[in-house]
Design a protein around this ligand. Structure first.
Ligand SMILES: Cc1cc2nc3c(=O)[nH]c(=O)nc-3n(C[C@H](O)[C@H](O)[C@H](O)COP(=O)(O)OP(=O)(O)OC[C@H]3O[C@@H](n4cnc5c(N)ncnc54)[C@H](O)[C@@H]3O)c2cc1C
Length: 519
């Protein structure tokens, strides 16, 4: 098919048109830009991607589809299924594309990085130009690499901040294009050619509630608490950052409550991870808010700008570390700990995941995670500590998998690094400082409103027992219509204080062992 200037934009985690330099580069000299999303097997499996996370991605794609259409791309987002390295060559051959654009800074996970390399290799062989203009981070990976001391990846926030400042100021974000090159005649022929090459009829993004590509799961259609998409992302940025400079300037992460019925932090993470919002755009909005505020702004690492630096810090670690940092073995960052994985440990893990630990604060958090796909940072601390070194002594890798499946902001690098931190496997080693599943929540929410919302079985439990319902006398349980062991589970760990002390000793032993075996 004659189409000298057809270019493909492969969409993955830059689900936006603002600050999208790869899109901009694709538009140069193009007569037609075809945005393509490839749903692979891994993402369509509910064992890897939970229903809320999946729906968040689909909503983001539907919004992007509308935005492309508004820019003149009548076809919108072309939605296909299969493995990218198999499907994309068929597409570029069918439409005789001259170039394919994708942002390789989006992927740090090793299998995905390999897929990117494979696609780039196949494109080069087919004489299809690869356009890659990194914009998933504040600075492109190549710039960090140039400033890294002999390739050394910073593993502390202060060394990362030094590297960050050496890279200069963060580039201003690009504005969204008003129109995108699209020749209808060429595009219609291209769509027909794609249908034929892939042997499919429908190339449109699945509608809300359409689960036919999402194996086996029959989920009721329901509204997400945090809807996906670029429009939502920009609205949220405006509401939480641009319109409240004083709040931004006084932000101190450790002072925000994990138990707020309304989030106490920005909830920008899902949008940053899916690329509905550019990190550079968020950074400049935060910096402007700090300038416009009346008072002196708080400082990293606890300020809001500091939070964005944490993100960038973990992204660099995941991207530049050659080994798989989501696993303990062979991971140069992680201390080797002899976590339990016998039948008892498996049972503890299953109850933790299901939100049936018998500790109301833990169960409330795990329920919010499952139903809404987002929980506050300190809530993540609480359940991560409980699963690992605090109570269950189950490996952080298991917790990583659950978060990866359920979080709408799931990010491979950020998730791995935070789980290593919380389990005292890397970056933080004060294993003797442990979160209590009783007093930690109580400090923020003495009435237990958060628990009442997410664990309805306990909604009438008196305040005195809401964090420790097993202590409620039988008549109190009856009055609250919540009999422990029947309406709400017994504790899976009977004595948190004693268990956490034992676990501290175990961690210490493993630390001692690993330091004595280090040659
Ligand atoms: C065990 C564990 C697992 C986690 N897994 C993820 C994950 O998969 N994806 C993810 O984005 N965050 C993860 N976090 C980090 C953090 O909890 C979330 O980024 C944050 O809670 C998101 O809420 P927010 O947007 O309201 O954050 P805010 O406090 O409003 O911060 C603004 C932005 O800064 C970034 N940020 C804030 N805290 C961190 C942090 N500690 N590390 C990296 N970036 C940060 C986020 O992009 C966030 O949107 C994890 C934390 C823990 C303890």
């Amino acid at each position: 098919m004659p189409s000298a200037q057809t270019k493909i934009l492969w969409l993955r985690k830059t689900l936006r048109i603002h600050d999208n330099p790869t899109l901009k580069a694709c538009m140069e000299d193009a007569s037609t830009v075809l945005p393509v999303y490839v749903l692979d097997k891994w993402h369509s499996n509910p064992q890897n991607v939970g229903d809320v996370r999946f729906e968040f991605i689909m909503e983001s794609l539907r919004n992007l589809d509308e935005k492309f259409k508004k820019c003149g791309v009548d076809a919108g987002v072309i939605f296909v299924r299969g493995e990218p390295e198999k499907v994309l060559p068929k597409i570029w051959e069918a439409v005789d594309a001259k170039a394919i654009g994708f942002d390789t800074s989006e992927e740090a996970e090793k299998h995905s990085q390999k897929t990117d390399e494979d696609v780039a290799g196949l494109a080069n062989k087919a004489d299809v130009k690869v356009i890659d203009e990194p914009a998933h981070w504040m600075h492109p990976p190549g710039l960090y690499e140039r400033h890294m001391n002999g390739g050394e990846v910073p593993t502390t926030m202060s060394s990362f901040e030094t590297l960050f400042s050496q890279c200069g100021s963060v580039r201003e974000p690009l504005s969204a294009p008003k129109s995108i090159p699209y020749d209808k005649g060429t595009a219609d022929k291209a769509l027909d050619a794609i249908r034929k090459a892939l042997d499919v009829e429908d190339l449109t993004v699945p509608k809300s509630g359409d689960n036919k590509f999402y194996k086996g799961l029959k989920r009721e259609q329901r509204k997400l608490r945090f809807p996906g998409g670029e429009d939502e992302a920009l609205k949220r940025l405006e509401k939480v950052v641009e319109k409240q400079p004083d709040w931004v300037a006084s932000f101190e992460k450790p002072k925000t409550a994990p138990t707020g019925l309304e989030p106490q932090t920005t909830v920008l993470s899902p949008y940053l991870n899916a690329g509905c919002l550019s990190l550079r755009r968020a950074w400049h909005a935060v910096k402007k808010a700090e300038k416009d505020a009346k008072g002196k702004p708080t400082q990293p690492p606890t300020s809001l700008a500091g939070q964005l630096l944490w993100r960038e810090h973990w992204l660099t670690i995941g991207y530049f570390t050659e080994e798989d940092i989501s696993k303990m073995k062979g991971n140069p960052l992680a201390r080797q700990i002899d976590w339990d994985w016998d039948n008892d440990a498996k049972e503890l893990f299953a109850k933790w995941e299901a939100g049936e630990t018998g500790y109301p604060f833990i169960d409330a958090i795990m329920t919010q995670l499952r139903e809404e796909g987002w929980i506050h940072h300190l809530a993540r601390h609480m359940v991560a500590c409980f699963l690992t070194r605090g109570d269950c002594f189950v490996s952080w890798e298991k917790g990583f998998d659950v978060f990866d499946r359920l979080l709408i902001d799931a990010d491979w690098s950020v998730n791995s690094c935070n789980w290593m931190w919380l389990s005292c496997s890397a970056f933080f080693y004060q294993y003797f400082r442990c979160y209590s599943p009783i007093s930690f929540g109580k400090k923020w929410d003495p009435d237990g409103d958060y628990i009442r919302k997410y664990v309805p079985a306990l909604k009438d439990m008196p305040k005195k027992y809401i964090y420790e319902p097993w202590k409620a006398p039988r008549e109190v349980q009856e009055k609250a219509k919540c009999i422990i062991g029947k309406d709400y589970p017994e504790r899976i760990i009977e004595d948190h204080t004693a268990t956490s002390k034992e676990n501290m000793n175990r961690i210490k032993e493993d630390y001692d062992l690993s330091s004595s075996t280090v040659k």
